[in-house]
Design a binder for this molecule. Sequence first.
Ligand code: PEP
Ligand code: MG
Length: 575
Amino acid sequence: MSFTLHGIGVSGGIAIGRAHLVSHAQLEVPHVEIRPDQVPGEQERFTLALNRVRRELSELVTHIPVNAPAEFEAFLNVHLMILGDDTIAEVPRALIADQHCNAEWALKQQMEALIGQFDQIDDPYLRERKTDVKQVVERVLAVLMADAQSSATITLPEEGSILVAHDLSPADVILFKQHRFASFITDLGGTTSHTAIVARSLGIPSIVALHHARRLVRENELLIVDGTHGVLIVNPDQNVVDEFRLRQHEWELEQQKLRRLTTTRAAVLDGTRIELHANIELLEDVYQARENGAAGVGLFRTEFLYLNRGELPSEDEQFEAYRKVVMEMGRLPVTIRTFDLGADKEIEVASRVAPNPALGLRAIRLCLAEPQMFRRQLRAILRASAYGRVKILIPMLSSATELNQALHAVYEAKRSLDEDGIEYDRETPVGGMVEVPAAALSLGTFTRKLDFLSIGTNDLIQYTLAIDRTDEAVAHLYDPLHPAVLGLVASIIQTGAKADTPVAVCGEMAGDVTLTRLLLGFGLRQFSMHPANLLSVKQVVLKTDLDEVTHVAKRMLRTDDPEKLRSLLHRINSL
Ligand code: PEP
Ligand code: MG
């Protein structure tokens, strides 16, 4: 039976191959009581297992393949350090003696205690490092339990297989390079896990957070992994396989061509410069933005740093996160959006049951209702402005009152920093997202007081067409080519140009190559998108004749016939 699972694609591309399952040692740890006279022998067994894992890791360090990513050695060294730490090397020995238990059980107890401590850490990067502790412990457990299928002793299947695991360590991932796995998929994992970082740099299509893949997929089953979209197809029929083989081939050729464009100046045929910026959610995304030649960060969705946790971040914690991104981007601009919490992005402060969350206390509305939270964030952003080129972006503005209150909050944050004698860039530009039709239709209010605008097409479409963007039942109605949407987007761009207020698009439309020329034809000169889309959009930009696309784009604005719109879009993309 064929079925599809969805997870988080951490590395793009398509892989087609047979499943190879890896079991998970940690889940099956037995608890055995031992006699006092068995304690020294059990402690010795534990020490031998540690020594064996140390040897394995050291060996990996000395045999790092030349084409391995630079981070790999650092990861292995972190694992060696963890292995040598008393909390792993000594505490379980004491537990064996105190609790008269087997080594596996003692080690597992200690790991759980350590992980509990990691969960208390505020810094998301450090918190994520608990994964490293788990992975080291799992290696030792695997040796202790002599589990032939554990991650420490992966039995290598044929080349081109797809590895299916509950979780994997970076060391396991690097073996893929040597043994030419086509891809890997895991039930666990987040975008900041080391495994995901290594996977990205290896360029292996991969998906994490599939939840039940390890349980549902059987050994040797045929799989298609679409790492770009985070989709796993199990047991596809021949037509689907043929289709994906074709896509795979095209994707690979395309990537090779695209990479050559990284340092190419983004400009249309007449030389007009087009700014291509990146949308980022986490600190790590900034590296991908740079690798793909982003001219800046056009949208930093800060709220993603703080989802999945009970309490709100302190000013200092936020400042550190923003400063890291700003420093990483050097002299390139970083547009930091204030929290867009509420609706589908909940944390405790915003988690009240609203009758209609998308129309409720969301984004700037929530920030204005929680002035302490807003002030902490504005101060943190402004403090980061002393380290590079920062812009502040306010989401979901809809009225003059809201705008004035938001600007007043920025003013107050600046004043408080002045009082505290803290440095910041006094000229930090403040912009607003245009994502509510009311703002689009009364743009003068916003162009007069803001330094720049950014069109959030995801929400602009949601609110214009009255389609909940999170509701699958109406997903088919979500249409960027609806004449009302096109009319609004074009008029925001044109009104911005007349008022001399720079306008960007940062919704998904900006990263959709089929819409690049249309947006250029509307007069858009600044796009912000997921880093993975930057080079393909640049490729379209480079081949675009502005006069020609402007002409067709104007014709598109004069029709409301969906058929005609689609055929004109086809025409604009064939020019
Ligand atoms: C948008 O609405 O288009 C946008 C970029 O913001 P988000 O997707 O985070 O709501
Ligand atoms: Mg939005």
